[in-house]
Design a protein around this ligand. Structure first.
Ligand code: F6P
Length: 550
């Protein structure tokens, strides 16, 4: 494999970046009335405006060349064909097959993937409908009112984010809750207002070995049994979503109550699989299908649109441009949509667990930065918290702003103000405000020339700061499906360029291995195992607080 930095397009981009150091987007807009039209793109009802970036036609052309030289189209097709591109776990990566209508059939290594998917979707649909129409009842004969999804990481963040985002599609008869944290407070707070007779637990875990999920599921089972006093109640109040049937059975969940998925579905890409059961329970089967259809529409766009008119490719390549050539470390995501308040944590896992890697496909350490630190919060809250740094801080921060043209909650003129604020922020980042203008304003307000000169630098907005805007009609299931798939593919694009495996997560393992001996050391007679001085000090302090010898 040609090392990334040896690719002709990488070298050309390095030289091009030098010539772009003083590029000013404000001049670019003045000189090119068509800049918005040239640097924006539509897919369905989604509009991506990427004109407020430090790019020229040449930049975009070179980025496209880099994608071609990196073999992006070939890797994309290999993923969708079901090749084992997750080479460190020897697995295919087929989340796109979860949302593809059943024709044409996809056969991978002799297995009819679509038939497998359709079988599970059919079971999920029947289950969801039986909860909704009251034919599935709790152990004492009462209908299910509350659903608690117990899972963590990809078995929590995706469904929790979608349920929050599509709350305006929620059926009145059902409430869905999410418990993830090992901290018992999470489960205890959730259970406080629930009635065991009308509560269904969904234990969601791809591996069914995850400490947090099993601990919470065991505590939930104990809570249920202490109220209903009948082991048979478990089969009416617990279902499992997993790839690990023996572990589900060992936990005591009826195999008939298990919805399977497959090792080719990565945890952070799993909301489209059985892991989406809580979503379907909340918004109904038709809306869940619309979510899948939206993601499928983005899959088709990603597969078929030319690279220079391909949304995930453009977003991915812009991220490379900033991270690898401008030296940015972070990426800000600001949904001006309260319903998308959980989008950032979801994207943090999607992006940082996928591309937080330092070894390439040749098993060598990379010599460039890979995945960025993803952060953000919904607008307008962010404006009153950290936007100071985005506008006036010393760091360059690429950003995505997301906003709907129409809000399903029409309260007075609040949405107009929300939209206006979103656009105002990206305009302010672009335009900035000069020292001369600020001084003149201060003097006009009656300030002395000297005082104005001293204060003005503090009020300067340097401007020329980048942003993408993603504008959509309204947040409906189809649009949300498109948005999520857009970010999934963006992350894929970047992983291919960086020559890393975006689909494993070995970096989560070490902490898991170190926890059991520490747990034992906290309460055993004697501290055993090798620990560093700091960890030993902390263990000793905890033991002292518990009256144990140190
Ligand atoms: O520890 C990280 C991780 O493996 C994630 O990749 C995954 O989404 C999460 O834990 C939960 O895993 P599981 O669904 O197997 O419980």
């Amino acid at each position: 494999m040609t090392p990334l930095k040896h690719l002709p397009a990488w070298k050309a981009l390095t030289a091009h970046h030098k010539s772009m150091r003083h590029f000013d987007m404000r001049n670019a807009f003045r000189e090119d009335a068509q800049r918005f039209n040239r640097l924006s793109l539509r897919c369905g009802n989604l509009l991506l405006d990427y004109s407020k970036n430090r790019v020229t036609a040449e930049t975009m052309e070179l980025l496209k060349q880099l994608a071609v030289e990196s073999g992006l189209p070939e890797y994309r097709d290999a993923m969708m064909r079901g090749e084992r591109i997750n080479f460190t776990e020897n697995r295919a990566v087929l989340h796109t097959a979860l949302r593809a209508p059943s024709r044409p059939p996809l056969r991978v290594e002799g297995v009819d993937i679509e038939a497998e998917v359709a079988k599970v979707l059919g079971r999920m649909q029947r289950f969801v409908e039986s909860i909704h129409n009251g034919s599935w009842l709790g152990y004492t004969g009462r209908p299910i009112r509350d659903v608690v999804n117990i899972g963590i990481g990809g078995s929590d963040l995706g469904p929790a984010m979608v349920c929050a985002a599509l709350d305006h599609y929620a059926l009145e008869s059902i409430r869905v809750h999410f418990v993830s944290n090992l901290d018992p407070a999470h489960l205890a707070i959730t259970l406080k207002s629930l009635d065991p007779e009308t509560t269904l637990f969904i234990v969601a875990s791809k591996t069914f070995t995850t400490l947090e999920t099993l601990a919470n599921a065991n505590s939930a089972k104990a809570w249920l049994l202490s109220a209903l006093h009948a082991p048979a109640a478990v089969s009416r109040h617990f279902v499992a979503l997993s790839t690990n049937a023996p572990a589900v059975q060992a936990f005591g969940i009826d195999p008939d109550n298990m919805f399977i998925f497959w090792d080719w579905v990565g945890g952070r890409y799993s909301l489209w699989s059985a892991i989406g059961l809580s979503i379907a329970l909340l918004i109904g089967w038709g809306n869940f299908q619309a979510l899948l259809a939206g993601a499928h529409a983005m899959d088709i766009h990603f597969r078929e649109a030319p690279l220079d008119a391909n949304m995930p490719v453009i977003l991915g390549m812009l991220g490379i441009w900033y991270g690898n050539f401008w030296g940015t470390d972070t990426y800000g995501i600001f949904p001006y949509d309260q319903r998308l308040r959980l989008l950032v944590p979801f994207l943090q896992q999607l992006d940082m667990e996928s591309n937080g890697k330092n070894v390439n496909r040749d098993n060598k350490q990379v010599n460039y930065n890979t995945g960025p630190i993803v952060w953000g919060a919904p607008g307008t809250n962010g404006q009153h918290a950290f936007f100071e740094l985005v506008h006036q801080g010393t760091r360059l921060i690429p950003t995505d702003f997301l906003v709907a043209a129409v809000n399903p909650t029409p309260l007075a003129d609040q949405h107009e103000w929300l939209l206006a604020n979103c656009l105002a922020q990206t305009e302010a980042l672009l335009k900035g405000k000069s020292r001369a203008v600020i001084e003149a304003e201060l003097i006009a307000q009656g300030m002395s020339r000297e005082a104005a000169r001293a204060l003005a630098p503090h009020k300067v907005f340097p401007g020329n700061r980048p942003s993408n805007t993603l504008l959509y009609q309204k947040l409906d299931p189809h649009t949300l499906g498109m948005l999520i798939a857009l970010y999934e593919h963006k992350v894929f694009v970047q992983g291919v360029i960086w020559q890393i495996n975006s689909f494993d997560q070995w970096g989560v393992e070490l902490g898991k291995q170190l926890a059991p001996p520490i747990r034992a050391a906290l309460s055993s007679v004697r501290v055993i195992g090798e620990h560093d001085g700091s960890t030993l000090g902390l263990i000793a302090d905890i033991r002292r607080r518990r009256g144990l010898s140190t």
